[in-house]
Design a protein around this ligand. Sequence first.
Ligand SMILES: NC(=O)c1ccc[n+]([C@@H]2O[C@H](COP(=O)([O-])OP(=O)(O)OC[C@H]3O[C@@H](n4cnc5c(N)ncnc54)[C@H](OP(=O)(O)O)[C@@H]3O)[C@@H](O)[C@H]2O)c1
Length: 278
Amino acid sequence: MNIIERKVWLITGVSKGLGRELAKQVADKGDIVVGTVRNAQDKADFEKILGAKAFIIDLSNTEQISSLVDAIINQYGQIDVLVNNAGYGAFGMIEEFSENEIIHQFKVNVIAVWKLCQAVLPHMREKGGGTIIQISSRVGILAGVGNGIYASSKFALEGMRESLKQEVEPFGIKVMLAELGALRTDFFGTSVKYAENKLPLYFDTAGDIRSNTKSLHGKQSGDPVKVAEAIIEAVDKDVPTFRLPLTTGTIDAMKTKIAEYQNLIDLYEHKARNVEFF
Ligand SMILES: NC(=O)c1ccc[n+]([C@@H]2O[C@H](COP(=O)([O-])OP(=O)(O)OC[C@H]3O[C@@H](n4cnc5c(N)ncnc54)[C@H](OP(=O)(O)O)[C@@H]3O)[C@@H](O)[C@H]2O)c1
């Protein structure tokens, strides 16, 4: 494959999990991978194993993002595919969270994604196209007890993608959202963050969200290898969908949401159409 045919992929969060698997598969198929990690050890490890370059950034430092993208463009000349993969789940009851915990969740899962998009778009526009992939979740479709803050960060990505797709499509830039159910990664291992303020009164109603989620670690049914394959296939085959639902949990969440909306339409359509000026 000559250099012109090789796409340059910027994938955030390649130290482990889905990002690492995606980076491995992209490198194996001959494209160029540039990743982000948070420390020197992960950088050395990634570069040694994949023979690809990693940049160090903690994405909660959102002010560093535009210079990161500038450095990558200086070195590689282009970014063809941006995968906004890095992220974590902040779990706990809505009432338990502090403002700082919520701000951090949104900085990493939403603001950093927006800043990365903002930084790559001028370069993609200049070269006449590109693909942006946002890694969302089934909880970006249907939230549940104890995941409301994480879910609202993924709901934010869903809204951002819907607008961004329409705004940048005329420039040949595609925006895709991968909606994933539970994957067997480190998500519920060392990555998950729980609200520090624990309100035991919720144990009787919602159960213990901390031990319930921890007990899922290593037992999730979603395979990150197959998910990475499906994402790469969607980019390479230029699939006509801009939402990529993957895992059984995502399809089930979609079906529940459709039923919920249908029920609301049945109940409220008449009323809804009668609150307008005639
Ligand atoms: N696993 C699931 O069940 C699931 C389901 C739906 C969606 N997702 C989404 O899939 C994406 C990947 O998660 P995963 O399952 O692969 O989890 P993971 O194994 O925990 O990997 C998360 C990656 O994000 C990086 N990251 C976290 N916080 C960061 C920060 N502040 N700055 C820079 N990098 C940061 C981590 O780096 P460190 O190693 O430095 O922590 C790691 O590389 C996330 O967006 C997640 O929300 C996961």
